[in-house]
Design a protein around this ligand. Structure first.
Ligand code: ZN
Length: 274
C-alpha cells in the first residue's frame, strides 16, 4: 500500500465518491413518484398520458374512470345478481406507495365471480376524496378492492365513505397505518387480514366498464361501486391522506368523460334490503 502513488489513491477516492453520489442520486429518482395529483403539475393527471408511451390510455382512452353516476344515466336492473364473493383470511402487507396506502394479500384471499369469470382479490387501497361521484356529489374517501382473472382482466369493487362513525376495518389497521404513514415505500407485515371484514352494507351496486384510475389507465376494467355510502372518522381519513406525498394531500383523479357508456344499478327484486 505504502508504495502506491498518492495520485492513484486520490483518483480512486474521487472515483468512489462519484460512484457513491451517482447511486444516491439514481435512488432518489426511483423513490420519487412518477406521477402525482397536482392540477398544474407536469406529472399531474392532465399529463399522465405523456409521461410514458404505455400510459397513453390516460389521455387517449375512451372508457376512462372515474365517472359521475347520475340518476338520469343509471338503469336500474335486477339481472346482474348479487356480487358473488368468496373471500378468505390471508397474510397481508401494508405498503405506503407515496401516492396511496395499499394493503396487499400475499396468499390466496379469495375471489369474486362476474359473468362466470373468477377474479382473484390481490390488494385494496384508498383514495381521498372519492374518485367516483354520485349525482355530482363527491364523498370523503373511496376504497378500491382490485381483483384479477387468470387471463389478466381486472375487476374493481369501490366503496365510498363520508365522515362519521369509525370504519371497523380501518380501525383494525390504524396502528400499522400510523407506523408507515411518513415512510415512502415503507412496508409492514400486518399478519392475517380477513377481507370479509370490509363491510359493504348493501347489495346494491353500480356497474359500468371503465379503467384503472392511476397510470397506465388500462381499460376494460369491470367496476362495481357499492351504492351505500359508509362512514369513517376524520382521524382515519387524515391518516390515509398524510401518506400522499403531494402538495394537495389528495389522490383522486378528476372525473372522465362518460362517452355514452351505460351505467347499471343492481337492485335485488325482493326489496328485503335497502
Ligand atoms: Zn384506486
Amino acid at each position: 500500500m505504502a508504495k502506491l502513488p498518492t495520485q492513484f489513491l486520490v483518483c480512486s477516492f474521487f472515483l468512489l465518491l462519484a460512484l457513491h453520489s451517482f447511486s444516491v442520486r439514481s435512488q432518489e429518482v426511483e423513490d420519487e413518484s412518477e406521477f402525482d395529483y397536482g392540477a398544474n403539475s407536469t406529472k399531474g393527471p392532465a399529463r399522465w398520458g405523456e409521461i410514458h408511451a404505455e400510459w397513453g390510455a390516460c389521455s387517449n382512452g375512451t372508457m376512462q374512470s372515474p365517472i359521475d353516476m347520475s340518476n338520469e344515466r343509471v338503469n336500474i336492473v335486477s339481472h346482474l345478481g348479487r356480487l358473488k364473493k368468496s373471500y378468505k383470511p390471508s397474510n397481508a402487507t401494508l405498503r405506503n406507495r407515496g401516492h396511496d396506502m395499499m394493503l396487499r394479500w400475499e396468499d390466496e384471499a379469495g375471489a369474486i365471480e362476474i359473468n362466470g369469470t373468477e377474479y382473484v382479490l390481490h390488494q385494496c387501497h384508498w383514495h381521498s376524496p372519492s374518485e367516483h361521484t354520485i349525482n355530482g356529489r363527491r364523498y370523503d374517501l373511496e376504497l378500491h378492492m382490485v381483483h384479477e382473472s387468470e387471463d389478466g382482466k381486472v375487476a374493481v369493487i369501490g366503496i365510498m365513505y363520508k365522515t362519521g362513525r369509525p370504519d371497523s376495518f380501518l380501525s383494525s389497521l390504524m396502528d400499522h397505518l400510523e407506523a408507515i404513514t411518513d415512510i415512502t415505500d415503507g412496508e409492514r407485515a400486518v399478519g392475517v387480514i380477513d377481507p370479509r371484514h370490509i363491510k359493504f352494507g348493501s347489495r346494491k351496486y353500480y356497474r359500468y366498464i371503465g379503467s384503472l384510475t392511476v397510470p397506465p389507465c388500462t381499460e376494460n376494467v369491470v367496476w362495481s361501486i357499492v351504492r351505500k355510502v359508509r362512514t369513517v372518522t376524520r382521524e382515519q381519513m387524515s391518516l390515509l391522506r398524510v401518506a400522499v406525498h403531494d402538495d394537495s394531500d389528495t389522490n383522486a383523479r378528476p372525473l372522465q368523460s362518460i362517452n355514452n357508456r351505460p351505467i347499471q344499478l343492481y337492485r335485488p327484486d325482493d326489496k328485503e334490503e335497502n
